[in-house]
Design a protein around this ligand. Structure first.
Ligand SMILES: *Cc1c(COP(=O)(O)O)cnc(C)c1O
Ligand code: SF4
Length: 394
């Protein structure tokens, strides 16, 4: 490596990283104490966090007062999504209030066992657009590349619950090779979105092999990683990971954040480390009933994201996966939120609200209508406050 590259690859470590990594919140300390012999150093180690994830209701009930609908263990079948909660993410859950927005995203309930009208195993029709296993080619110039079935925490609203979870190992070196070949042969693919599952669940070296292969394809111009780990397990963002990723710059990183309570000092530290080292950050939010289907909560979330240099990118209508009725809102509720953001705050805090339409049609933007009427070159527009103005449209 020449000296210039060596310099570029040097990781910018924020001074505060070290102290924030070390300081445990009161709740974190309480939880840590229940793990006999574990140290604060363990708490800050993502491997420790992964190994000590809470996977069953008996263990969970030691930390949280479970309600009857939360208490039952979900049977581990192919159709059911594993429950798995890192101790760090558990520390953000209210131990008493079952309506806690963080808790509802991570703790499985019997409501997931009920299927409702219009619900599907693969609502976005990804299998239909999969030319090789692990690759979804829905749009002309870009592909979605699923590299891992595992996540640090399994979101109860996950749109890919058909394929994510512990023990659903079907993605690996063989699939990677076939995917690389497909991308190599299809010159129109100029954009690769590496997702899963969570790509950051892979060891740095495995992720590096994937990045190296994709970046070596000349017609690939834009590479993104979609990950929730900087939020569910921010300890994953280590200096080693960042210096590896830096070799493959430019690289965009897309996070998944649903509630302001998920944005903690640790998340800020992880995002700072990524931003300071040159990775542009975006976020995607799933509209969830009782969690963020409220203008004030959503505005606060968008503002908190901007404050940690994350640009809100999409708000998704919750996909109709089987057992998601308790999470889904009306489209109107999403449009009202968009209306409450636009104009009332900076456009940087206004993502695009989309529905990934059932059957594989892709993302369709849904926007409140600001055009009141339009004829003979006279267009009546309403502004964010509801006042009408005439625009002469040649
Ligand atoms: C969301 C998605 C993408 C990426 O779309 P962008 O609008 O570029 O973020 C690509 N492929 C599939 C199948 C997707 O669902
Ligand atoms: S992080 Fe993403 S892929 Fe993983 S469970 Fe959550 S929504 Fe699904």
């Amino acid at each position: 490596m020449n000296p210039i590259n060596a310099l570029n690859n040097k990781v910018v470590l924020a001074q505060k990283t070290v102290s924030l990594r070390g300081n445990l919140s009161v709740r974190e300390k309480q939880i840590l104490k229940r793990f006999k012999g574990a140290t604060e150093e363990d708490w800050n180690d993502w491997h420790w966090q992964l190994c000590h994830r809470i996977r069953d209701k008996a263990t969970l009930s030691k930390f949280i007062h479970l309600t009857p609908w939360e208490a039952e263990d979900i049977e581990q079948t192919d159709d059911n999504l594993t429950m798995s909660i890192p101790p760090y993410f558990l520390s953000l859950m209210d131990p008493v209030d079952p309506a806690c927005p963080v808790r509802r995203q991570g703790v499985s309930t019997i409501l997931e066992q009920q299927s409702s009208l219009g619900e599907m195993i693969d609502p976005c029709g990804e299998e239909k657009h999969s030319p090789v296993h692990g690759l979804v080619h829905r749009y002309p110039d870009r592909v979605l590349f699923l590299v891992s079935e595992m996540c640090a925490m399994y979101c109860r609203h996950c749109t890919r619950s058909r394929m994510v979870g512990e023990g659903k190992r079907s993605l690996g070196s063989v699939t990677y090779e076939k995917a690389f070949d497909y991308i190599r042969q299809n010159k129109q693919v100029r954009d690769v979105l590496i997702s899963g599952g969570d790509p950051l669940m892979l060891a740095d070296s495995r992720l590096e092999n994937i990045l190296k292969a994709i970046k070596s394809i000349a017609h690939v111009e834009f590479v993104r990683i979609g990950t929730r780990m900087p939020v569910t397990l921010p300890q994953r963002v280590t200096g080693e990971l960042v210096s590896m990723l830096k070799k493959y710059s430019p690289l965009w990183i897309s996070l998944h954040v649903n509630h302001p309570a998920e944005i903690t000092g640790r998340v800020k530290t992880a995002c700072d480390l990524l931003s300071d080292n040159g990775f542009p950050l975006g976020s995607q939010t799933v509209l969830l009933k009782g969690i963020n289907d409220n203008s004030e909560v959503m505005k606060k979330l968008m503002h908190k994201l901007l404050k940690i240099r994350v640009r809100p990118y999409y708000i998704y209508q919750c996909d109709p996966i089987v057992g998601s009725k308790h999470f889904r809102t009306s489209l109107t509720s999403g449009m009202k939120i968009m209306e409450a953001l636009r104009g009332f705050t900076t456009g940087y805090a206004v993502p695009t609200f989309v529905v990934d339409v059932p059957g594989g049609g892709g993302k369709v933007p849904i926007s409140p209508d600001y055009v009141v009427s339009r004829h003979d070159g006279r267009c009546v527009l309403r502004n964010y406050e509801g006042q009408e103005y005439v625009h002469y449209d040649p």
